[in-house]
Design a protein around this ligand. Structure first.
Ligand SMILES: NC(=O)c1ccc[n+]([C@@H]2O[C@H](COP(=O)([O-])OP(=O)(O)OC[C@H]3O[C@@H](n4cnc5c(N)ncnc54)[C@H](OP(=O)(O)O)[C@@H]3O)[C@@H](O)[C@H]2O)c1
Length: 272
């Protein structure tokens, strides 16, 4: 068994559920965190049936809520642990459209879930990881390297995740604890449906299709990169090359290219 426990945020869908299914082979305990408790319970039953002996805990939590996060962290810290912990800060959301017509609530959720929850969980577990070993996987994005119009807060939140992970990795390396930022390009998950505003067209969609990566590639590659002590993981050759290119372009050139990008037809989010 590689880890005594794996704690996965955003385990009800996409990458999070895929990490849970993969890590069920390597962990004594899985802690699945998201708002949709019923989906988590079904996933827990599926995993317990397929892997007798594994402990699967379901934590229904809105990571955008300060109160929920405080209760979650207290609960997680009270769990008995004698071995390695893998923390996967995966939960996240986006919002396709310009800032001027965004909602205050959606903007706040992106910062709270993509940034604040990730920082609080990393902070809560850093001492345990230093003492007992394990690792942290933070799900950033290829967007971490790009200022993206009509995706401004999301891209900036992922730039934070990548930078934070790089610095935390240097702090934790001395104790042998790997910290990895995963930077996928587009992948078919629930992400697009959550991010898409009503009446919003995705002008970049045909171009984006060329970059799609399989979920399994991201999950397997991330776990391998963590084991290899890598700082960042860009899944697939196309995404690695795209990341390399944008990180090495002069800023005026990058601004010009991003300015030429097809704009989303803007509409307010259905929540408004
Ligand atoms: N798919 C892509 O193209 C892509 C590319 C690069 C990076 N990413 C990143 O990958 C990560 C996972 O996203 P995904 O692609 O797997 O999308 P997804 O299928 O929509 O999954 C997002 C997960 O985050 C959880 N979540 C969202 N808001 C939450 C909240 N307030 N409290 C608790 N959990 C919350 C969702 O659970 P509930 O709704 O049940 O709460 C869900 O489990 C995100 O950080 C995303 O930014 C995705």
């Amino acid at each position: 068994m590689k880890y005594q426990q794996a704690i996965i945020t955003g385990a009800s869908s996409g990458f999070g559920a895929a990490f849970a299914r993969r890590l069920a082979f390597d962990c004594g305990r899985l802690v699945l965190i998201a708002r949709r408790g019923e989906i988590l319970k079904n996933l827990a039953s599926e995993l317990q049936e397929a892997h007798p002996g594994i402990e699967v805990l379901v934590e229904k939590c809105d990571l955008a809520s300060v109160d929920d996060r405080r209760k979650l962290i207290a609960k997680l810290k009270s769990l008995p642990v004698s071995g390695k912990t893998l923390l996967i800060n995966n939960a996240g959301l986006g919002d396709y459209g310009e800032l001027a017509s965004a909602t205050v609530e959606r903007n706040a959720s992106m910062v709270q879930v993509n940034v604040q929850a990730l920082v609080e969980l990393s902070h809560a577990f850093a001492p345990l990881l230093k003492a007992q070993g394990g690792g942290i996987i933070n799900i950033a994005s290829l967007a971490a390297d790009l200022p993206i119009p009509d995706f401004a807060i999301y891209a900036a939140s992922k730039a934070f995740v990548a930078s934070f992970s790089e610095a935390l990795r240097l702090e934790m390396t001395a104790c042998g604890v790997p910290v990895l930022a995963v930077c996928p390009g587009p992948v078919h998950t629930g992400f697009g449906d959550v991010a898409r505003r009503q009446g919003c067209s995705d002008g970049s969609a045909p171009f984006k299709k060329w970059f799609y990566t399989e979920i399994a590639t991201v999950v397997e590659g991330a776990l391998k990169a963590l084991r290899g002590g890598k700082a960042r993981y860009y899944p697939s050759l196309k995404i690695r090359l795209a990341g390399l290119l944008v990180r090495n372009l002069p800023l005026p050139v990058l601004r010009f290219i991003m300015g030429m990008r097809p704009r989303k037809v803007t509409a307010t989010h259905p929540e408004s």
